[in-house]
Design a protein around this ligand. Structure first.
Ligand code: PHE
Length: 373
């Protein structure tokens, strides 16, 4: 019995040493994305982009990079658990994610607790990084996004009366609605109606009726694609002619699949347009992506790729996979020529960069204009 125990302990020791050596031989990066659930299209687009970025740059410091993906289902509790699991179980040195701001707001504090750098690819709510030492993002933030939407509504669409339709369950939507309202009022516009819904709602009759009665020039709905598509459908069916304007959360092919004709002419702010790719890295990414997936790139894939590339850049700069050193290296980046353009981090670790406005025309996403910060 005793001998067996000694043998078992020996085996365990060897296995332990072996896996430690194994771990030291690879660079482990955690990823948490909504692969299932209401916004699964966001997760899939991001993961596609990440895979391409990883294939383009599979090693750093002479070691293989290994990505560990956990599905956060677009849910806060799942998000926090995902980050905990990636750190404690997969022993990652850095994390990429999440997409939805509410999920990054839940995952960020866990990364903070364990001192592991986290780079969100697409979460735009300002609170995601605010006051955090280890959380960064490669996208712009919603005060900027709300402002350019308001300017576009007022100056380009000549809207003076706006209605706001918002998902009260999402930090992203509540925040973006507020930033739009502030900017639109400052320009001289009026908010004539404000109605609420919740993620997963299917029937928008009450909201459409309330909005229609106020005859707005524009309806601002800074939500996610499933509800934007359904709302637009029901609004058009009930004869609403106002412009519909939205934020980056509108962006998924599913918007058009679900919304059909009703989303024709909808405008929304976004992060990236393939036609505008200007950097060397961006051009290489587009080429590699086309080759792998035989379709055009999208903003979420491009942003996720940027989160990966900026992390690899930081690891190189740090000459180490020590999370503290990666964090310091990220903070010291002066300018980065990513897929989505050239950007830098402000003092709150937010990327300062341009935005684009897109629309839906003949069942396709079409570029309208670029707005610089
Ligand atoms: N900005 C959104 C959020 O913070 C996420 C998103 C980004 C969705 C880009 C689609 C495209 O929740």
């Amino acid at each position: 019995m005793k001998r067996l125990l000694v043998v078992l302990m020996g085996v365990a020791l060897i296995l332990g040493l072996f896996s430690a050596a194994w771990a030291a031989d690879e660079v482990r990066i955690g990823v948490y994305l909504p692969m299932t659930g209401p916004v699964a299209a966001f997760g899939q687009m991001s993961w596609n982009g990440l895979q391409v970025a990883h294939e383009m740059h599979p090693t750093v410091l002479g070691k293989q990079v290994k990505l560990f993906l956990v599905d956060n289902k677009g849910d806060k509790v799942e998000g926090a658990n995902a980050v905990e699991r990636l750190i404690k179980y997969n022993k990652v040195c850095a994390i990429i994610g999440a997409v939805c701001s509410s999920v990054s707001l839940a995952g960020g504090p866990v990364a903070e607790k364990y001192h592991i750098p986290m780079v969100s690819s697409a979460s735009t709510n300002p609170l995601v990084t605010q006051g955090k030492k280890y959380v960064f993002r490669v996208c712009f933030i919603d005060p900027f996004q709300g402002k350019i939407a308001a300017k576009f509504a007022y100056n380009d669409l000549k809207a003076r009366k706006a209605a706001i339709v918002m998902d009260v369950q999402q930090d992203y939507c509540v925040g973006l609605a507020k930033f739009f309202e502030e900017s639109f009022k400052k320009l001289g516009g009026k908010i004539v109606a404000k109605v609420m819904y919740r993620t997963g709602d299917q029937d928008f009759t009450a909201q459409v009726t309330a909005v229609k009665a106020k005859k707005p020039d524009v309806i601002y709905i800074p939500g996610y694609y499933p509800e934007i598509a359904l709302f637009s459908k029901q609004a058009r069916e009930l004869g609403v002619k106002s412009y519909i304007l939205s934020g980056d959360g509108a962006y998924a092919p599913e918007l058009i699949k679900i919304g059909g004709k009703a989303v024709e002419g909808i405008y929304f702010t976004n992060h990236y347009d393939e036609g505008g790719v200007s950097t060397k890295l961006g051009k290489e990414f587009v080429k590699a992506y086309h080759k792998k997936f035989h379709k055009n790139t999208d903003s979420l894939g491009a942003l996720a790729a940027d989160a990966y590339f900026v992390l690899i850049h930081a690891i190189k700069k740090a000459k180490s996979t020590d999370p503290e050193k990666i964090r310091d290296a990220l903070e010291s980046i002066k300018s980065f020529a990513g897929v989505t353009g050239v950007f830098k981090f402000d003092k709150n670790h937010n990327a300062i960069k341009a935005a684009v406005i897109q629309t839906v025309k003949n069942g396709k996403f079409v570029y309208v204009t670029t707005v610089s910060p």
